[in-house]
Design a protein around this ligand. Sequence first.
Ligand code: GLU
Length: 410
Amino acid sequence: MVAQEIRVRFAPSPTGIPHVGSIRTVLFNYFFAKRSGGKFILRIEDTDRARKIEGAVEAIQESLKWLGIEWDEYFVQSERVSEYKKYADQLVLRGFAREEAGAIRFTVPKEGSTSWIDAVGNKKIEFKNSEIEDFIILKSDGFPTYHLANVIDDHLMNITHVIRGDDWIPSTPKHLMLYKAFAWVPPIFAHVPNVLGTDHKKLSKRRGAKSVLDFRKEGFLPEAFLNYLMLLGFSPKDDREILSREDFEREFELSKINTAPAIFDEKKLLWMNGEYIRKTQKSKLKSQILEFDPTISSIPNYEQYIPLAQTRMKTLSEFSEFVTNNKEVSLTEEQKMLTQKLKEKYPQLKPWDATNISQATIAVRDEIGASTKDVYTVLTGRPAGLPFEQKLELQGQGGTVDWLEFLLSK
Ligand code: GLU
């Protein structure tokens, strides 16, 4: 027997830029398909014209591309409207639906129940049919509702597994009724538990949840972001946390999806991003830093800071913070004194190297009883940063004295 090809889809409505939860669903679909050499389909569900947001389709595509997720096929529902109408009419003819003020409504059989075995947790989910109201499948504007278009497309596109958020569970009995009315075999359903914030509440835009493109803007690496999101609801057999795309392709299974909601912890993501930065090759990191902020190339010696910064950067955006001084800083009287003393001391250092810089700076710091935080504030304009003696060595003696003079002249 020839095994059936796995075909899955991500079917977003273009109502905004994808957030963490929907991208996690994309990744589960994608790796599930790739594991068996199957197909991942991107389908834009834009039949609700009122909710459509300009630029959302582009943002969805851009988010997927950033993460290196390529779709094998692409469909847009608004281009397929005549198809849905044809099927809706068929249901009316066969007595499963009725015309009503220009719209078409599905007539739910009130007896019995509708159930399926969900692939997440391998559990039976059942709804009494009497709890489900007759529902519109085609609106008076001729556009299908989500339920109709979704089922028709999943059927026509030979979708084998519907992997989506568990907030769609209440829609599934309606979908199963449609499959039954059309006499089509339904796909396997896998409803993935939601992603919650650290406060255990659903991540939502209204409560400040960020979009995927926000994370790119903040200097996260796509590989790290992908890795972290995959672990929201999926745990590999052992306790590994750093996994590659190949690992996920090899290991991801629907039966390994956790049945409890996952918690999105941005601190953990930051940690993971730092781990990825540390294991990135220097030359690659350099191009990532420049791609993130092309103005970096105008900083003198910026390349020499990379190995130093790599040991403690958590995001790409931190690089410019580490190598540039903050001119807006305002100093306390004590910090001004520290600045003055360092400005007198530094020109005497020979050679200008990390050991001498460290010794001289600590001596001045202790002499006036300042703190290490004061030292960083004076030397960089920020309370912390790269090991100052190494940074100053790279910055040069002249450049450092110029900076201290600038501070005193403010
Ligand atoms: N268009 C629906 C959404 O916006 C698709 C849900 C599904 O995957 O069936 O999420």
